[in-house]
Ligand binder design. Structure first.
Ligand SMILES: *[C@@H]1O[C@H](CO)[C@@H](O)[C@H](O)[C@H]1NC(C)=O
Ligand SMILES: *[C@@H]1O[C@H](CO)[C@@H](O)[C@H](O)[C@H]1NC(C)=O
Ligand SMILES: *[C@@H]1O[C@H](CO)[C@@H](O)[C@H](O)[C@H]1NC(C)=O
Ligand SMILES: *[C@@H]1O[C@H](CO)[C@@H](O)[C@H](O)[C@H]1NC(C)=O
Length: 507
């Protein structure tokens, strides 16, 4: 296995691509998104490419070959939205679909209208490749047009129909769950009805709302650009944050590459007090974090008290990412406003992750082989949690259904039933059993696109069909007409034959 990796590594180096000018467009102000773009682009910079990234987080340290265009005006909006996130549990499905569209449109415009970005676009630059974030932000394809460079999209979500039509993948709603449903890929009749309905809703909202708006932004900020339709399907490669160990199995064309796990770094040393707290937890540690956008301190106070009461009865120690103060917390609970999640999950004493079900957290849990208890609130969190339950390494309680009884029951079940841990370990082995580690795979394919000037040979002919051709509707229609004609001819022949005796009218 190790030899395998080395040989492949050497092969990669032999065909190393000349240093290229690469632009990364990752302006969405969420740590989880920027982590994805940054990791890839920094790796490319370390390999000698000259990288420029459009992003909202200022790099602390200078890095060789790594230039930044700072997007400044997106934070106020994201801060306004954060406090509102828990309300999503009350949204109906239409509201949830439209929310993601509007979110994408609003932030795309904020980024394109940013002073630094506008100035950067006015300057003269040359890029050999543009890597864009794919998050309801299709106007960013304008950057590829502006620099006449091949386009690579990075999807933070592994949900196939989020990106499949861009390259001509198929993702039928019969077995591919939609982003906003909490179903596994094995759906019963009613679930398939709902899943297909959400699929239709998303398609319609994209066709009649999202794309026209994105096209408007494209025309406004990239004057002279062709219609979005022309750029949208001109994507050389999709890198998506999924893998069979994390997401459902679905068809992928050769230019659709799964890279989940690539953002995880080898564990670093923990702060001393934290290390000691974890080392001395003989009965194990439960790590509890709702991620960077949902804050535990915004939980209803009664819920916080119930949770603390349950924790106080445990033999295990608990590390909770809690942003405020909890003066009455039991001694086995440690709180911090920020915690090195990956390094904590790597610790052998950690036996469970309680999480909002965000994709990166789920990937990290699988990477380190820890079971998860999901408390999903919005977006893909329900879907991720459901998958974990289906695969046997997790359980979930919808946040709106969370009560002292339900939480205590599931928590105790997960602590005392060893199958969750063994399933998590099995998943982890699947994730690590790959010919190339995911980050290396991403780099290989990016440089492949560079070497083959956009790699047009990877393009599916599905993209040159219109939708009725794709679904064979023209042929079905033709067949129906043809069969109809034959039937009519046969009837006519029958009526004129000697065997045909017209019924006589009875008087
Ligand atoms: C790297 O890219 C930046 C543009 O973002 C450019 O200003 C700089 O000259 C480039 N450096 C090299 C060595 O090509
Ligand atoms: C998008 O912007 C519009 C107008 O500024 C605002 O009404 C809407 O609430 C915003 N939606 C989201 C999801 O940010
Ligand atoms: C774009 O930014 C300018 C300030 O730089 C602001 O006045 C204008 O309202 C913004 N336009 C949109 C559509 O956000
Ligand atoms: C499509 O992408 C290729 C590079 O992959 C580029 O040469 C071509 O100009 C692009 N087409 C349009 C319409 O932008």
């Amino acid at each position: 296995m190790n030899l395998h990796v080395t040989v492949l590594g050497l092969l990669c180096f032999c065909c190393i691509t000349n240093a290229a000018q690469i632009l990364g467009v990752f302006p969405f102000p969420a740590r989880s998104h920027i982590q994805l773009g940054n990791r890839i682009l920094k790796e490319l910079a370390d390999r000698g490419h000259n990288v420029t990234i459009i992003s909202p987080y200022k790099e602390k340290a200078q890095r060789k070959n790594f230039n930044q265009v700072l997007v400044e005006n997106v934070f106020q909006k994201s801060a306004e939205m954060k406090s509102d996130l828990f309300n999503h549990v009350n949204y109906n499905i239409l509201h949830r679909v439209l929310f993601l569209n509007t979110l994408g449109i609003n932030f795309t415009e904020l980024a394109l209208n940013d002073t630094n970005v506008k100035a950067f676009l006015k300057e003269r630059h040359h890029f050999d490749l543009v890597i864009i974030q794919h998050f309801n932000s299709d106007a960013y394809n304008g950057f590829c047009y502006r620099y006449k460079a091949p386009c690579i999209s990075v999807s933070p979500l592994p949900v196939p129909n989020w990106f499949s039509n861009k390259v001509g993948n198929s993702a039928p709603p019969s077995y591919v769950p939609q982003l906003l449903v909490s179903y596994s890929s094995k759906m019963n009749f009613w679930q398939r009805i709902f899943n297909s309905m959400v699929y239709l809703l998303s398609e319609i909202s994209h066709r009649f709302y999202l794309y026209p708006e994105q096209n408007r932004l494209l025309q406004k900020y990239f004057p002279g650009a062709p219609h979005l339709d022309e750029l949208y399907y001109n994507t050389s490669l999709i890198l998506y944050n999924g893998h069979v160990s994390v997401s459902d199995v679905s068809p992928n064309l050769p230019n659709t590459i799964d890279i989940a796990g690539y953002h995880v770094s080898p564990p670093k040393k923990l702060p001393e007090d934290l290390q000691e707290f974890l080392d001395n937890a003989i009965d194990g540690v439960i790590y509890f974090s709702m991620g960077s956008n949902l804050l535990s301190q915004d939980f209803p106070i009664s819920l916080i008290n119930s949770i603390l009461k349950i924790f106080s009865k445990l033999k295990q120690r608990v590390v909770w990412k809690f942003e405020g103060d909890l003066p009455n917390r039991p001694t086995n609970v440690l709180i911090r406003s920020w915690l090195p999640q990956q390094d904590i999950l790597a610790h052998p004493n950690v036996i469970l992750l309680i999480t909002h079900g965000g994709l990166l957290s789920v990937i990290e849990a699988i990477y380190f082989g820890k079971p998860i208890l999901g408390l999903p609130v919005y977006s893909d969190q329900g879907l991720n949690s459901k998958r974990a339950e289906e695969a046997g390494y997790g359980r979930f309680i919808r946040f709106e259904e969370l009560s002292e009884e339900s939480f205590e029951k599931v928590l105790n079940e997960m602590i005392h039933n060893p199958t969750y841990m063994s399933k998590a370990k099995a998943r982890s082995r699947i994730m690590h059993d790959q010919p190339l580690p995911p980050l290396q795979r991403a780099i290989f394919w990016i440089e492949y696109v560079l070497r083959h000037r956009g790699a047009p040979h990877l393009k599916s002919s599905a993209l040159s069909l219109s939708w009725y051709q794709y679904f064979l509707l023209d042929i079905i229609f033709g067949l129906i007409v043809f069969c109809g004609l034959i039937v009519m001819v046969l009837i006519a022949v029958w009526r004129n034959s000697i065997f045909y005796k017209p019924k006589l009218k009875q008087y």
